[in-house]
Design a protein around this ligand. Structure first.
Ligand SMILES: [Zn+2]
Length: 327
């Protein structure tokens, strides 16, 4: 009898602790961002007119709608937020290239052997338009693309590669070395299979600090496309600044954030997802703080995550307007 009471008692206690933890997971998490002070404006450091004209287009391949409290921890809102799967097409005078690859027309075939849990959670999306179809629509053949820079090596960022066979893949060496230790072969080699036989070219962000980020790589040596490490989501998640004469500066974030609130508040996504997709919690949260500071310092620069459908749509609308005005 005593034992039964004890079991029931501990069951109730465990239940209460579980409920407490579940409730806590929806509450805001403390970030020490109070010490921020506005720095003296350092931009523009070079002549904007001397920069090349660069066209930047988001190619949305798929999406899923989730409640805001899942995308942003501490947001007490069930408002629908669209999480997109996109590639970015960048037309620079020296190269036509992609940042991430979105999803291929065969993506469901590649996911067919994955667990039901994976397909119903992280790999749950509606395929809208494959990367290949986007490129065909723009009359771009696979051989017209010079390369694709991959922000990181999660399946949903290499998912369009089957549509661009042979196109060289530029990957941060830190990311590739880390992925060799597990990610490439995880889930029945999903990422390795998606990357196919495309040649891999490793790069290093070994240049000087850039806009408050610890190092950089100036891709064309003209200051127009600059890569910076935004680690934590994965070891080598890499952001891209695009500086151009024909429109505002753009800062692509890979998966350092999902939606703008992640760096504006700052706040992670709900810990259920955050813990599953983040390789280093402390580093990823520090990156959110770095982006938070950058965003406060540069309200004029759009910081766009690769799943942030709202910002991507907003950007594409303003880009159409900007390009119409500058023509
Ligand atoms: Zn992703």
């Amino acid at each position: 009898m005593r034992l039964k009471n004890l079991v029931i008692g501990s069951g109730i206690t465990l239940g209460a602790v579980g409920l407490g933890l579940a409730v806590k997971s929806f509450l805001p998490q403390r970030f020490s961002t109070a010490s921020w002070v506005k720095q003296k404006e350092r931009w523009p450091r070079f002549n904007i007119a001397a920069l090349p004209e660069i066209e930047v287009s988001f190619l949305r391949c798929g999406s899923i709608t989730i409640p805001e409290l899942i995308a942003v921890r501490g947001a007490f809102s069930l408002a629908p937020r669209v999480i997109s799967h996109s590639a970015v097409l960048i037309r620079h005078p020296q190269a036509l290239f992609l940042y991430d690859t979105g999803l291929s027309s065969d993506i469901h075939m590649y996911l067919a052997d994955q667990t039901l849990f994976f397909r119903k959670t992280l790999a749950n999306f509606r395929l809208e338009q494959s990367l290949g179809s986007h490129l065909t629509e723009r009359r771009i053949g696979g051989s017209d693309l010079d390369f694709a820079v991959l922000s990181h090596l999660h399946w949903d960022h290499v998912g369009g590669i089957p549509d661009i066979p042979g196109v060289p893949l530029r990957v941060n060496r830190v990311e590739y070395e880390a992925a060799k230790l597990g990610l490439l072969d995880a889930r029945h080699g999903l990422v390795r299979r998606l990357m196919g036989d495309n040649p891999v070219e490793l790069f290093d962000c070994a240049g000087p600090t850039y806009e408050g980020f610890r190092s950089s790589l100036d891709l064309f040596g003209d200051g127009s496309v600059v890569l910076v490490p935004l680690p934590g989501h994965t070891a080598g998640n890499t952001g891209m600044f695009i500086n151009r004469s024909n429109g505002p500066r753009v800062f692509l974030l890979g998966d350092a954030t999902w939606v703008s609130e992640n760096y504006m508040r700052p706040a992670t996504m709900h810990p259920f997802l955050w813990s599953r997709v983040t390789s280093d919690d402390a580093t990823a949260r520090q990156t959110l703080i770095d982006l938070h500071y950058y965003a406060l310092q540069h309200p004029e620069v759009p910081l766009i995550g690769m799943h942030d459908a709202a910002l991507q749509e907003q950007y594409m609308r303003s880009e159409k307007f900007t390009q119409a005005m500058t023509r």
